[in-house]
Design a protein around this ligand. Structure first.
Ligand code: FAD
Length: 392
């Protein structure tokens, strides 16, 4: 029997990697730092390139009843409430790329991946174990954990998130960088949300240095809302309670109807948005980075988890094809993923700049958004959403 693949982290990237590797007959041991496997956060957008991976993993049907499939992204000026653009999703994007654009509660996506992994005979999940460092030999990798134990396997996949310990240990010791922005997130019962059109559409509201996004989740019974705002106190906070008074006190120039949406929740949580230096190497011996550990990105293109899904599928295909030569498989994985993920990281950052424009630049942006056709704007993302995954 070949040695198992060791995986650090039971987030979306780690779980998807294990499921994809199991499809190639590889056994996996996932180690999760937390005592329980769970997902914080609120909503998640899963574009067609991500849905294709979920289908290939065999879990798309398990989550389909819990997702929303918005008709369009309706883009607004937050201050005036003016609708600037309608970007087609729904039937249009499904036809164009052969898969829908889903929006979901992130706990639902995570639970589906976790349940499938738990039921898979090839996968074991050990909680309360933090992996710290790895040593590669010709035959295997030995990994040291915080409980003082060593584990051996054929490879180590570091899917341990933006604050990755393994990345710091073996690739780049520089710490995460604050962006000066935070995200406040909430999930709001649809009946309490003042905008009827929000049940069938994603809403984006742009304003200087900030923006707001909402979309329907849990089969349309709830709305997930995220507010991105300047936050010099950001620091390193992660899923911190954020009160309705704190939300009300944010100096956001929003129209009355958007203010009413913000007041529909009293249960916000705040994440400071951090990033890391881009890397041009994700592989060291038998260790490979994956997901946010490899390519942390700002959430302004809604692609971080989707890229982790794509990574997972490609990684497993490369390991599957490499047979006994796993380090070569890891190098092949890196070469297939580096340029695409770097492009996504840059596009996400650029999106944020456009959302957050002020003054004359914002006026020009709004005018061109009104003038362009929504289908044409979306077609500019064909390279992203139309990505095809390889089938073994
Ligand atoms: C506000 C916001 C909105 C977003 N919206 C979207 C969206 O709409 N669509 C989208 O695709 N993406 C979105 N993202 C990005 C997405 O959340 C991340 O890219 C994705 O969760 C990364 O998954 P991951 O598995 O790489 O890392 P994580 O989800 O961070 O998982 C890492 C796991 O590893 C564990 N761990 C950490 N260190 C160790 C260790 N040393 N040993 C063992 N275990 C360890 C952690 O406890 C965790 O469970 C958003 C992000 C933010 C902040």
């Amino acid at each position: 029997m070949p040695q198992p693949i060791l995986i650090a982290g039971a987030g979306i990237g780690g779980l998807a990697s294990a499921l994809a590797l199991a499809k190639h007959g590889r056994s996996c041991r996932i180690f999760e730092r937390r005592a329980t496997v769970a997902e914080d956060g609120a909503g998640i957008q899963i574009s067609p390139n991500g849905v294709k991976v979920l289908r290939a993993l065999g879990v798309a049907d398990d989550i389909a009843a819990r997702v929303g499939t918005p008709d369009a992204i309706l883009v607004h000026d937050a201050k005036t409430g003016t609708r600037l653009q309608s970007l087609p999703l729904g039937h249009w994007i499904n036809q164009r790329h052969g898969a829908p654009y889903w929006v979901a509660h992130r706990a639902d996506l995570h639970a589906v991946l976790y349940d499938r992994a738990r039921r898979s005979p090839e996968i074991s999940i050990e909680t309360g174990v933090t992996l710290l460092s790895a040593l590669t030999t010709d035959e295997q990798v030995s990994v040291i954990s915080s409980n003082g134990l060593a584990y051996t396997g054929a490879a180590l996949i570091a899917a341990d998130g933006v604050r990755s310990t393994l990345r710091a240990r073996h690739f780049d010791a520089s710490p995460v960088r604050a962006t000066g922005l935070s995200a406040a997130r909430a999930v709001i019962p649809m009946r309490d949300f003042p905008l009827a059109w929000a049940q069938r559409n994603t809403g984006v509201w742009m304003m200087p240095s900030a923006h707001i996004v909402h979309y329907p989740v849990r089969g349309g019974t709830d709305i997930a809302m995220v507010v991105i705002f300047p936050d010099p106190t950001g620091g390193d906070s992660w899923s911190e309670p954020f009160s309705a008074d704190q939300m009300d006190a944010l100096p956001l120039p929003v129209c009355r109807e958007l203010r009413d949406c913000l007041r529909a929740s009293t249960q916000w949580r705040r994440w400071s948005l951090v990033t890391r230096n881009p890397l041009d190497t994700w592989v060291h011996g038998r260790t490979a980075l994956l997901g946010d550990a490899a390519h942390a990105m700002l959430p302004f293109l809604a692609q971080g988890a989707v890229m982790a899904l794509e990574d997972a599928w490609t990684l497993a295909a490369c390991i599957g094809a490499s047979k006994a030569h796993i380090p070569e498989g890891l190098v092949s994985y890196q070469s297939q993923r580096l340029a695409r993920s770097a492009r996504v990281v840059k596009t996400a950052a650029r999106n944020g700049q456009i959302y957050h424009l002020s003054g004359l630049a914002a006026t020009a942006r709004n005018a061109s958004l009104r003038w362009l056709s929504g289908a044409r704007v979306m077609a500019a993302y064909d390279w992203l959403y139309g990505h095809e995954i390889a089938h073994p």
